[in-house]
Design a binder for this molecule. Sequence first.
Ligand SMILES: Cc1cc2nc3c(=O)[nH]c(=O)nc-3n(C[C@H](O)[C@H](O)[C@H](O)COP(=O)(O)OP(=O)(O)OC[C@H]3O[C@@H](n4cnc5c(N)ncnc54)[C@H](O)[C@@H]3O)c2cc1C
Ligand code: SF4
Length: 586
Amino acid sequence: MAFANGDTPSRGTGGKVAPADFPPPVDSQGEFIKRELDDEDELIEVGVAIVGGGTAGLSCANRLLQLLADDPELTEELGEVPVAVVEKAKTCGAHNLSGAVMRPEPLERLFPDLKREDWRKEGFAFGEVDKEAVYLTPTSKRSIRIPPPPPFKNHGNEVISVSALARYQQRIAEEQGAYILTETAASQLIVEDGAVVGVRSGDKGRGKEGEELGNFEPGSDIKAKATVLAEGCWGHLTGPAIREFDLGRDREPQTWELGVKEVWKVEEPLDRVIHTIGPWPLSTSAKQGQVGGTWIYPMKDERTGDDLVSIGFVIDLEYADATTSCHDLLQTFKTHPLVKKILEGGERVAWGAKALPGGGYWSMPKLSMPGAVLTGDSGGMVDTVALKGVHHSINSGILAAEAIYKGLKEKSSDFSSYEDAIERSQTGKELYEVRNTRQPFSKGFFIGGPLVNLFIATKGKIPIRLPWHRQDEREMFIGNTKDKYPKPDGKYIFDKLSSVYISGNATRDDAPNHIRVQTDVPREVAETWAWMCPAGVYEIPDDAPEAGNVDVIVNYTNCVQCGAITAKGGRLTTPEGGDGPLYQNT
Ligand SMILES: Cc1cc2nc3c(=O)[nH]c(=O)nc-3n(C[C@H](O)[C@H](O)[C@H](O)COP(=O)(O)OP(=O)(O)OC[C@H]3O[C@@H](n4cnc5c(N)ncnc54)[C@H](O)[C@@H]3O)c2cc1C
Ligand code: SF4
């Protein structure tokens, strides 16, 4: 938000403050782009460097290695390590989280010999959807079943865990010959002469103040003929790449949503996929700006026989009430009779949180730059009305691999054919069709809802472009959403810290802080962060003033790297490789 007269923003409760007025202390291009490769004898050279071992990055690795298996000449040219995947988590899958109901076609195309029964035996798939139900929840007690609107039709799709799928794809990639560097964060993008030529891995063994500890290991330059940014939602290197190569020109700003998920072991199997579209427990007023929904998916684990349920709440980070907390909204949702009858008597076995890009087609950056491409959530390829991105990330990984293979054959670092391939593919067509279906919700549930229905019914034929704006520019106020949240009992309703604990989060207490935020900010901004963060990272001291500026305490070792802080005025950078959650079945 600009203050045209040069005034400082008004401070304190009742004042108008937007997180964008307190930007994070970061020089993204200056800090995260390295302008020169180290000397040849100090660097690691690979053929293709893929940053991120989620479904997008690993699908790219799997497809590329299928193509290289039939091309010994190019494989030889790519050197000792034709394909490397750089993943910051302890293992691929440990930082991945999704609903997840997946459209099956791209995965079937990637592994044509693998049948859906095999997916289940491998432990990443939990059953084909044959029944579904969509509910309105007008109040905390009532639910009204409605015919599923087209985006919620899931018949024939598969319930999966992206965390388990990534572990499976990692194993296949290793068998195919990929070099997977887990516990390794890509901390800088290397750009020479206007082209991406690789990435630098982060240092390990630094102390709180950045000092070198006894076990210090410096990072290394990883030089590559092609680099794939598959960092997921809000990438640490994707952001500077978008700025450096002006990839956001003529596009709408990206927006974000945040999802919190729990997995429950239940006594009775659930027989259908359920979505609720509110309005309860959210407010319907445009002033509050709360837009969100829930899912409840059945997961039958064929290997253990367990009946599991995936349940989650997703909220658009456009909201204005600083006390909006996705974690606590999920706990509130669990008090609805519709949910209680599914979960009661069961046991929570997993928890996690993650952001996803929400802007859709108009917010997608240009997907290629000299020497590199953007895939999956890094390229903003999610349909947030249907809550579907897994099949797009797999598809984009496959198409990126094919474009890179073609480029490398021609000894070119121009991979722009990938952009056309995405546009012509299922991903391009689907995202184009729903390009205007999400924006009308900013007018509130009752005015926006019918417009959303109109855009869905006309299947993208109305030729307009609905804009987005930056979510950190939204003025925040301290409202009363917090009054709805139930008290944790440690059995059915959980607080944030016990949730972080079961995510397997492990970050050294003396690690350097990887979160960049200003710490002297108006109470509205501090409360926004404290309520929003699902991991309880931001704390306002008890003796802080009720109005005006407060000092924010940043408990960064709790961070589960969900990425949401970026939407509301902060910046997540890469922590030391290996830190963060250890998701198993999210
Ligand atoms: C709450 C929620 C519910 C969803 N539900 C569904 C659903 O039901 N169905 C559906 O189809 N889609 C759903 N989606 C969307 C879908 O999950 C995503 O679109 C998809 O998983 C994105 O895959 P990706 O590989 O692009 O990114 P990610 O899965 O995020 O993978 C990125 C990987 O890169 C690593 N990484 C990032 N930066 C670096 C770095 N600098 N160095 C090293 N490693 C790095 C990360 O650790 C991570 O492993 C949901 C998303 C969320 C958040
Ligand atoms: S501090 Fe970490 S867990 Fe909390 S909102 Fe930011 S990225 Fe998410």
